[in-house]
Design a protein. Structure first.
Length: 169
């Protein structure tokens, strides 16, 4: 019980001040030893570990910079490749549209030739050709192109179709 009473009479401010002064003294002594070891070129485990960590940090920083440069180069290559792919897709799309237009022209003109030569054609052939012509016109319009090659053929097909309808297919 006397011990507890003695603890209540302790000046805690003095204790904290003393502990603080002791810690500051230890820090000063450690700094002094570090300075002495550094002046004589000696190295402790702690100093060696600190130096190795510093070197590792520098190496990591250099590798990170190299990776960033490599990433920039890869992004540039990727962007160029994307542009090439987009250009190729655009070129292929134009080729496909040209092929579709040519095929439709050929089919319409061929059908008109068959009619002008007097070959027999059924009602479905006429409807198919008229449908192809509508698709042909739509593709031309969507791509800002003009029709100049199949108008006469379509006039012939339409006139023949009207005549066949009057005759009663």
């Amino acid at each position: 019980m006397n011990e507890l009473a003695a603890l209540t009479k302790i000046d805690f401010l003095s204790v904290f001040t003393a502990v603080f002064i002791i810690l500051m003294g230890l820090k000063a002594i450690i700094s002094l030893f570090e300075w002495i070891f550094e002046k004589f070129g000696l190295e402790t485990k702690w100093m060696r570990k600190k130096r190795e960590e510093h070197e590792l940090l520098l190496q990591t920083s250099q590798r990170l910079a190299a990776l960033q440069d490599q990433r920039r180069q890869d992004v540039k290559k990727s962007d160029r490749r994307d542009e090439e792919i987009a250009s190729d897709i655009k070129r292929l799309t134009c080729m496909f549209i040209d092929k579709e237009i040519d095929d439709m022209r050929w089919e319409i003109n061929h059908f008109a030739t068959e009619i002008s030569e007097g070959r027999p054609c059924n009602k479905d052939s006429y409807k198919h050709c008229i449908h192809i012509y509508e698709k042909y016109e739509k593709i031309l319009q969507e791509n800002g192109l003009e029709n100049g090659e199949v108008e006469i053929s379509m006039e012939l097909i339409n006139d023949s179709y009207k005549q066949k309808l009057k005759e009663g297919f």
